[in-house]
Design a protein around this ligand. Structure first.
Ligand SMILES: [Zn+2]
Length: 412
């Protein structure tokens, strides 16, 4: 259900919109840094001290932030600037990551602390309705022991597939064998109908999380690759997510790298994921299983890579070269199976990247592993769920007052 609000009209409406926007921006700084001085907020937001003070008081009244003296020693003379932190009230989201073999669900509070986490197995061939049921039950379990005045401000779900940012539908999720599913609606219905649910492509959420809290913090241009059976890309350029017209951008696994190469799940030949995905890695390792945990275990034990595995590494480098030449990122982050593949074949990958990119010696894109390990997508789902709160806290708090009770009732 879309959120609605009554807005005043005319000049007052404009000022009101600016104030709400500023409240969200300020709360965003507290969410990302968990402890930020009012002096810093003044500088970062370009507003005067009294405006910042008024905004903080308003958020404090909602219980979502609190003010305190700075931790540690006082510096210099005079009164130190008060610090702003997440408030007494438990403001949280439910973050969900659909993996091929499991559903990961976490309760994450303002500031990014994970308060509870459950992993439930998914049966092969599970329907969207069954998975939505499992998400709702698991979310209710995680909300079982929260304080009475908890605010549940959203639910974010990471999907291994192509997702429309406009209408919350899953266009195509090959690993789950789903296509054209109104998944946002399915989950929302099972959560009692009123909690805002947002879904996102897993790689897009991976890049969001690594940019907010991981290895790409503070960077403006980032490429994140999720790689398991398929390979997906999440892109940030000049500080903004690159999603394309309806959110389908970043399907880099279907970049054609080999004319007349192997047949891909998409029906074409020579796609990048046919060269570096789980099937290609399993073949190079000489194992019939495509199970990700099994492949990661084997990759961890590789000493000297075989000729076949080195070729997989070379093809990883070929695709990275294309991406680096197109997007000129500061870093490329290798997630999922690729984070285990890279250490085994880094010599081949790096040689190909150095040979193929237009970077110079002193300005070279770094290829790195995720700062959040296996949890980038889950953390990104949490960031996605906080999005509405950080754009208009007043609106979302009013709607969230009842949310925890509704989810529990719906699951009962
Ligand atoms: Zn393909």
């Amino acid at each position: 259900m879309p959120l609605q609000q009554q807005r005043p009209t005319g000049k007052g409406a404009n000022q009101e919109a600016v104030r709400r926007h500023n409240l969200g921006t300020l709360l965003g700084h507290v969410h990302r840094d968990t402890d930020v001085s009012r002096a810093d907020l003044t500088t970062r937001m370009g507003l005067n001290r009294s405006t910042i003070a008024a905004l903080v008081v308003e958020l404090e009244r909602l219980g979502v932030v609190a003010q305190a003296s700075p931790r540690g020693d006082r510096q210099g003379a005079g009164r130190p600037s008060l610090h702003v932190r997440p408030g007494e009230r438990h403001v949280c989201v439910i973050a969900v990551e659909l993996r091929v073999e499991s559903i990961e669900v976490a309760r994450i509070s303002l500031g990014g602390t994970v308060h509870g986490r459950l992993s439930v197995p998914v049966e092969v061939g599970a329907s969207p309705e069954q998975v939505a049921d499992q998400i709702a039950r698991t979310a209710a379990d995680l909300l079982d022991d929260v304080p009475p005045d908890t605010l549940l401000v959203g639910v974010g779900v990471g999907i291994p597939g192509v997702v429309s940012a406009d209408d919350g539908r899953i266009h195509y999720a090959p690993n789950l064998a789903w296509s054209d599913v109104a998944f946002t609606e399915l989950v929302q219905d099972r959560l009692g109908g009123e909690v805002p649910v947002v879904i996102g492509n897993d790689a897009n959420l991976g890049v969001l999380a690594e940019h907010a809290r991981g290895v790409a913090r503070g960077m403006s241009d980032v490429v994140y690759l999720s790689g398991d059976v398929g390979v997906g890309g999440g892109l940030i350029t000049r500080g903004r997510s690159l999603l394309g017209t309806v959110g389908y951008a970043g399907e880099v696994g279907h970049m054609r790298v080999s004319v007349g190469g192997r047949l891909c799940r998409c029906g074409n030949r020579g796609c990048w994921e046919t060269e570096i995905g789980a099937v290609a890695v399993a073949e190079a390792l000489g194992t019939p299983s495509h199970d990700i945990a099994h492949l990661v275990g084997l990759l961890d034990q590789v000493g000297t890579p075989s000729v076949a595995l080195r070729e997989v590494g070379r093809m990883l480098g070929v695709g990275l070269t294309n991406l680096i030449n197109i997007f000129d990122p500061q870093v490329v982050i290798l997630g999922g199976l690729l984070s285990a593949l890279y250490p085994a074949v880094s010599a081949e990958v790096d040689a190909e990247v150095v040979r193929g990119t237009l970077d110079s010696e002193d300005r070279r894109t770094e290829v790195v592993l995720p700062g959040l390990g296996r949890d980038s997508v889950l953390v990104g789902a949490g960031e996605l769920a906080f999005g509405a709160m950080l754009s208009d806290p007043l609106l979302v708090v009013a709607a969230a007052e009842e949310a925890v009770r509704r989810v529990r009732v719906a699951a009962a």
